[in-house]
Design a protein around this ligand. Sequence first.
Ligand SMILES: *Cc1c(COP(=O)(O)O)cnc(C)c1O
Length: 422
Amino acid sequence: MSLIENRGLIETHSLTETRAAIGPPHRHVSLRADSDMLPSVAEMVKTLHPSEPLHCIRPAAISAAARNFAAAFNGDVLYAVKCNPEPAVLRALWEGGIRHFDCASISEVTLVRRLFPGAHIHFMHPVKSRPAIAEAWVLHGVRDFVLDSFSELDKIMAEITASALDRPGLFIRIALPETGAVINLSKKFGTDFATAIALLRAARPLAGRLGVAFHAGSQCLDPLAWRDAIALAGEVILAAGVRVDVLDVGGGFPAAYPDMDPPPLGAFMAEIDAAYDRLNMPGLRLWAEPGRALVAGGGSVVVQVQLRRDNMLYINDGVYGALADAGALKFRFPTRLLHSRHSAGAPDASFGFFGPSCDSLDVMNGPFILPDDVAEGDWIEIGQLGAYGTCLRTAFNGFDRATLVEVSDRAMLEGPVSEPQP
Ligand SMILES: *Cc1c(COP(=O)(O)O)cnc(C)c1O
């Protein structure tokens, strides 16, 4: 099928849309039909013969992950929008009961407000521009702001128009010691113990509600990281000697990948509940800001093999596309071969991928497991890419086209979120 025919098909097909990739996600208007009627990934590949990356969103898997997380967590669940701001994803989360959104930029705030006029939006980036603070407060009704410095506290108070009846929510982000997460976030953000105490005392009289927040680091596989972080937050609160209304235990909840099999979600929640009980601070409300755990299983990308050289496959997406984490971070993603021709069913073998750009850094060593007879023209579905996949694409080298579809498939790997403990 030629690209032109392909386009025509997409325009008339109510479930799909082509876009010039790097446009901000809020330009996307999904024409999603009833999710019962969505096609499977295999059906979409058969129909479209995609020669450009096909981004597949699984709304049912995302809604289910959101419901499971909310059922297991004893507090408010804020979705961290940066993880996947695709409107189809946000709608699936809303469908799954998510009403709170953790935004880090004014574009994310605007996007969420446009999609969901009734959403609760929280501005949880510790370093914000002045116009972003002012616009969030005045135009979008945002009242909660995180900070980790006196400079940011001054900035927020100068840019908003607080009154006795309308005070901001102020959240002090504390840094954590090493948690063993794949991606540490405490080197960039978070205050030390003494500054946190001083900030809590300074913010209390200014705040409608006062919170302490932390982030255990992304893809944190150790439930005890939350036990230790909550205990540390408790020490800070006690030492400050002021009333604190909210403890925000952040994101970082892990998803399943072929070489990372996290404990079930219930193990994380049990540590959080026990640590919360030990604080003995009745009236302290819990928040969480999961990103990856809600959406990783809800997205995959179908790529096409353009050349096979031994066990290296040259594919049409790479580290400047949706596969950034397969490069520098060496994430292994689950893979499934969709043959372009009849195949006898070969035994599995290990493969590495080269992305489409001319850059030799555009390499993903995996190993990725695929049938040994994979050949030029075949399609490969790369799974667990709902988090930090589509949103990290660039236009580098002109490989910025992608088609977005919503599909009915289950997640390729069951993560801990899909199996909450009773
Ligand atoms: C990125 C981020 C999250 C989400 O992290 P995940 O590891 O995807 O759960 C939550 N809160 C803040 C402040 C973040 O920066």
